[in-house]
Design a protein around this ligand. Structure first.
Ligand SMILES: [Mg+2]
Length: 214
């Protein structure tokens, strides 16, 4: 058995990031794109918050140097106040090999992982960075994990919050999927288990969930 975990809104709440942590990165992107009125800045903020960065690139077409400045400001963002969900400790204490798979700009995801102090929980950490070409998508990463773990797909348990990302990829590959409830995302109709939080999570529950599919 192997656990594949998502990061954002699965291990910690991204709500913690809604402060001014990214103000300087946002200003640098706004100026680099030449956006001048508050309406445009507001739209950019909403896009940054709600869409992966490849969407931003497609929509705003920033130059390489604008992206680089933005990355530098992101790296400078102070994320030391980030903390995991309290119930994440249930996952930490389950004695199964864990793999972290997250989508986002590498420096940003690495800063979050460092701030959360969770890197030693994982045998391996994969980041699908939308700025890299070719991208290593979640699907490619999940297939690699399957191959390396020598587990059957259903013994590979995907835990995440996003029905359109890790949950749909996991289901497509025949993996066992657990979706954590999120304020902004809907429930995937085919997810094997839908949890409000990880309080009730145990090795027995995971084993039973796998067995229930055979
Ligand atoms: Mg997520």
């Amino acid at each position: 058995m192997v656990l594949i975990l998502d990061l954002d809104d699965t291990i910690y709440s991204t709500g913690q990031l809604k402060t001014n942590i990214f103000a300087r990165a946002l200003s640098s992107l706004r100026d680099g794109l030449g956006l001048q009125n508050p309406e445009e800045e507001r739209a950019l903020k909403i896009d940054l918050w709600n869409f992966p960065f490849d969407h931003i690139i497609e929509k705003y077409n920033p130059s390489k140097s604008v992206i680089n400045d933005f990355k530098i400001k992101l790296e400078e963002a102070d994320m030391t106040s980030l903390i995991p969900f309290i119930d994440y400790s249930r996952i930490q204490n389950i004695g199964i090999q864990k793999i972290l798979v997250t989508t986002g700009i590498t420096c940003l995801q690495e800063a979050k992982i460092k701030a959360l102090g969770i890197s030693t929980d994982f045998k391996q950490i994969y980041i699908d960075d939308p700025l890299l070409s070719p991208r290593k998508t979640k699907e490619l990463i999940f297939k690699e994990v399957l191959k390396e773990s020598a587990c059957s797909p259903k013994e590979c348990i995907v835990i995440g919050d996003n029905p359109d990302s890790e949950i749909s990829v996991g289901l497509k590959l025949g993996m066992t999927c657990i979706q954590r409830k999120s304020d902004t995302k809907s429930r995937h109709p085919n997810t094997h288990l839908y949890l409000k939080n990880f309080e009730g999570l145990s090795l027995k529950l995971l084993s039973d969930l796998i067995k229930s599919q055979s």
